[in-house]
Design a protein. Structure first.
Length: 308
């Protein structure tokens, strides 16, 4: 799910420049942050854009790989020299992202062989366990000959490659079959880091009454309603605020392909209405609503619902 207007929304997971030594490398005891960067590549006949969320503690060598995937270089020119420069300064390639980018407004030029890209930091956030190391959250254009605009830009494919097929497969092997099927059908691989952060194998502390309620969910039988419930549970498990949660639910259902009677996007209210009976039962167990349990206890409910 992308923050690009064409693609919907992402769970966005401010700024401070850390005191650093003159040499590159990670700083002990430094708290990593999530940066949102905008990367622009000017070709002979087009502009290509990507917005990427990333861990500012990753090595520059990893950012080099991330940008290669996001722009579709796929190993071409692997031996070409590359660098990050800001003004007259060229950064060491054995440094970290936060050597180059530390606060919104920071800019640098990334050069790889004959390619030159302009990079700007848009936003900076504290990280949490559920934030991916790198995620393409928007963009337009393609390097492929004969394409234009955003026709050939697919963040789902990019994020699948960034996440790694082995990671996706091993994570989905732990989740409920319905959840795995939903993610495979929708190709919303943004949920993979969330499922990893939930630590689905962790033992849960639930009484028999609660387990009985959860074992019966979802209560609805229509495919659209069952998808609506699973998307809602995935969103609840991210513990985001109500407004962002609505955006995530709407974007996820749109990616799956569900629409309203007029072929328009379903609203979050309508989506929750599709699985209202199940959400009422979940609320009775403390999983949502005004009587919701504290976050740590709610996470046990979501783990139980989402895991295999």
């Amino acid at each position: 799910m992308s923050t690009d207007p064409v693609r919907g929304n992402v769970i966005e997971l401010a700024p401070r420049r850390d005191a650093r030594a003159a040499v590159g490398g990670a700083v002990p005891d430094r708290e990593p942050r999530t940066l949102i960067i905008r990367v622009t590549l000017w070709g002979a006949d087009r502009e290509i854009h990507r917005q990427v969320g990333l861990n500012d503690a990753m090595p520059l060598t990893e950012l080099h790989r991330v940008l290669s995937i996001c722009f579709g270089f796929h190993g071409h020119g692997a031996d070409a020299p590359w660098s990050f420069t800001a003004g007259t300064r060229t950064f060491r390639t054995d440094g970290c992202v936060h050597d180059v980018f530390a606060r919104p407004g920071d800019i640098a030029v990334y050069t790889w062989g004959l390619w030159r890209m302009f990079i700007e930091v848009i936003e900076s956030y504290p990280r949490d366990r559920g934030t991916p190391r790198a995620l393409c959250i928007g963009g337009s254009g393609s390097l492929r000959p004969g394409t234009s605009g955003s026709v050939d830009f697919d963040p789902a494919d990019i994020n699948a490659e960034l996440t790694g097929t082995e990671t996706i497969a091993s994570t989905l092997a732990l989740v409920d079959g319905g959840v795995a099927d939903l993610i495979n059908r929708s190709r919303i691989f943004d949920f993979i880091p969330l499922l990893q952060a939930l630590d689905l194998a962790r033992p849960v502390q639930l009484n028999e009454r609660t387990r009985t309620i959860l074992d019966g969910l979802p209560l609805e039988r229509e495919p659209e309603a069952r998808d609506a419930f699973l998307v809602t549970v995935l969103t609840l498990s991210s513990l985001v605020d109500a407004e962002l949660g609505d955006n995530v639910i709407e974007a996820a259902m749109a990616e799956i392909g569900w629409v309203d009677d007029n072929d328009g996007a379903l609203t979050a209210e309508r989506i929750r209405g599709l699985c209202a009976e199940s959400l009422h039962a979940l609320a009775g167990a403390g999983g949502c609503g005004t009587g919701a349990l504290p976050p740590v206890e709610r996470l046990d409910l979501y783990r139980y619902l989402l895991r295999r």
